[in-house]
Design a protein around this ligand. Structure first.
Ligand code: HEC
Length: 201
């Protein structure tokens, strides 16, 4: 009995598994090299980049540029009065300055806002709790005192309400607030109404 050579060859070949392909296709060397180079560059970049005090990287604003601009004496107040109004007053007097009919009086075109700056300062420093007439309407509400604000802040917000919504009254200086604060320091309660404020100016 003899086995035919041809048949034997076929059986052996069918038994074999295919050659592993992996070693024939390794990662290209230049890819490995450039990944290594990238990682090294990354580490170097992080280590060599100054952080904290140098603002040349990332957020370029410095501490100084985030502070409100300092304005020299005689110029407009340094505090942003419009921003203060939005934060402290607009909830009641509204961003439009028109207030809420019957509840919060308007500051736009109000005779109190455009009138005597000392009276206006007193209103802010002590608040009001009683009857007052604004533009012909009687209000009987309560406004808290704003004496926790600084002279600069009160001057800025008053200067702002005297100049927006068509209001055009001269600015109020922090010194005016300071002297009214001093003059009326005996007062511990809000003014009991419009008439009382006028008598205290
Ligand atoms: C809680 C609500 C409230 C807030 C906040 C408030 N006010 Fe008033 N304000 C009133 C009320 C109420 C009156 C009227 C008081 C009365 O009826 O006795 C008034 C009166 C006034 C007046 C005199 C009347 C007029 O309309 O001209 C001025 C000026 C004024 N407020 C300015 C301000 C400013 C500036 C701020 C922010 C610093 C402020 N108010 C924050 C409620 C408020």
């Amino acid at each position: 009995m003899s086995i035919e050579p041809k048949k034997q060859g076929t059986a052996q070949r069918q038994r074999e598994k295919g050659e592993p392909l992996e070693s024939n296709r390794p990662l290209p060397w230049f890819l490995v090299m450039s990944l290594g180079a990238l990682a090294m560059w990354g580490a170097f970049y992080i280590a060599s980049t100054p952080s904290g005090d140098d603002s040349a990287y990332g957020d370029q604003r410095t501490v100084a540029s985030l502070r409100p601009a300092v304005v020299l004496a005689g110029a407009a107040p340094a505090v942003d009065g419009k921003q203060l109004f939005g934060a402290k007053c607009a909830a009641c007097h509204q961003g439009s300055g028109l207030g809420v009919a019957g509840v919060f009086p308007p500051v736009a075109a109000s005779e109190w806002v455009l009138g005597d700056e000392k009276i206006l300062a007193n209103i802010l420093l002590h608040g009001i709790n009683g009857e007052m007439v604004v533009k012909g309407n009687t209000y009987k509400g309560a406004m808290p005192a704003w004496n926790a604000l600084s002279d600069d802040e009160i001057a800025a917000v008053l200067t702002y309400i005297r100049s927006d919504w068509g209001n055009a009254a001269p600015p109020i200086k922090p010194e005016t607030i300071k002297s009214q604060r001093e003059l009326t320091k005996a007062r511990t309660e809000p003014y009991p109404g419009g008439a009382a404020i006028k008598s205290d100016s």
